[in-house]
Design a protein around this ligand. Structure first.
Ligand SMILES: Nc1nc2c(ncn2[C@@H]2O[C@H](COP(=O)(O)OP(=O)(O)OP(=O)(O)O)[C@@H](O)[C@H]2O)c(=O)[nH]1
Ligand SMILES: [Mg+2]
Ligand SMILES: [Zn+2]
Length: 309
């Protein structure tokens, strides 16, 4: 091998100074080329999932010289002095939204927030209801039916403990880069480990007292699972801020609500309590499930009106 020859690889981990880049079957530990090290905005900061051009220094060490164009990314807002966009990972095809039946308790409101983020980021969502060993499927059938049949999102029930549903999930993950998102403790890391038990991944117990996870995963990490199949583990995000989503646009990220908005009496209808609202009518008729509509209203109320507010 020519040690000077630049090569393209995928960023597996990105900590402050070191970046692990996967090139073919090897992992190269990289630092940043001067220009990239100066950076200081999200667009030219190396992120997990980036395809990068590296130059080898030794057989196992290199320098990242260039970030290749990104085809997508997942971002969230972080609230410091003002809202700031933070890119969580890049070059993602689909978002695996994971909830658990219990410990922590299933909440459809959380599911709908993640689905808004998926739609906003133009990522295909797949819904995974994990810890099915702790509950009865029948209790979740209403969600499975609505989200898969009415909304057309794949829904998979899994248990990382018994292995139920893991094969079905693997099929959905084929030929894609999938980011796993969901609250701390729902079992994101456990599911990756269930797919490949040889991976070195930490899982952590859920607190008996609060029924919450303990934020075991602290960094974003990409795992190659098979040829052209990658998953990205993410830390359970405590505060799921919305980036660039405003009240007036929210309905466009709810594909079921969106189907009715053209029939509302007022063109600026926000579907809250306006007369002649076709969305509210669809809820009354049972075409949109009430829980989903209530989640819309609650997310609506939590959003800013405009960019400048
Ligand atoms: N009963 C049951 N427990 C599970 C299942 N999946 C994960 N767990 C347990 O749930 C706890 C949390 O699992 P993790 O995989 O660490 O959860 P996580 O989503 O990665 O959490 P963070 O890294 O904190 O965001 C561990 O004690 C797991 O053993 C499941 O399918 N059934
Ligand atoms: Mg984890
Ligand atoms: Zn309306």
């Amino acid at each position: 091998m020519n040690a000077e020859k630049p090569t393209v690889g995928k960023v597996l981990t990105a900590t402050r100074k070191t970046y692990n880049v996967s090139i073919k079957d090897r992992i190269v530990s990289c630092t940043l080329r001067g220009k990239l090290a100066l950076k200081k905005n999200e667009k030219n900061t190396v992120k997990v999932g980036d395809d990068v051009r590296i130059e080898f220094v030794t057989e196992t060490e290199g320098v990242i010289a260039e970030i290749l164009p990104r085809r997508s990314f997942l971002s969230r807002s972080i609230q410091s002095r003002q809202y700031k966009e933070q890119i969580i990972a890049t070059n993602i095809d689909q978002l695996l939204v994971i909830l658990s039946t219990k410990k922590p308790q299933f909440k459809s409101g959380l599911l709908d927030r993640y689905l808004v983020i998926a739609e906003k980021n133009k990522l295909r969502p797949v819904i995974c209801i994990n810890k099915i060993d702790l509950a009865s499927r029948a209790d979740f059938e209403i969600y499975r039916r609505y989200y898969s049949e009415t909304l057309d999102f794949p829904v998979v029930f899994t248990s990382a403990i018994t292995g139920e549903g893991i094969q079905e999930l693997q099929k959905v993950l084929q030929n894609a880069v999938t980011a796993l998102v969901g609250y701390s403790g729902v079992g994101k890391s456990s599911i990756i480990k269930a797919i490949n038990p040889e991976l070195d991944i930490r899982v952590g117990a859920v607190s008996e007292r609060t029924q919450k996870g303990q934020h075991t995963t602290t960094v974003v990490q990409l795992f190659p699972l098979a040829d052209n199949c990658y998953v990205i583990d993410t830390p359970g995000i405590r505060e799921l801020g919305f980036w660039g989503i405003y009240k007036k646009d929210l309905a466009t990220y709810f594909r079921d609500i969106q189907r009715y908005t053209a029939d509302c009496k007022f063109s600026d209808c926000q579907h809250l309590h306006e007369p002649g609202c076709a969305v509210i009518e669809a809820v009354t008729d049972g075409d949109i499930i009430e829980e989903r509509y209530r989640n819309y209203v609650s997310i609506y109320q939590s959003l800013k009106s405009t960019h400048y507010e």
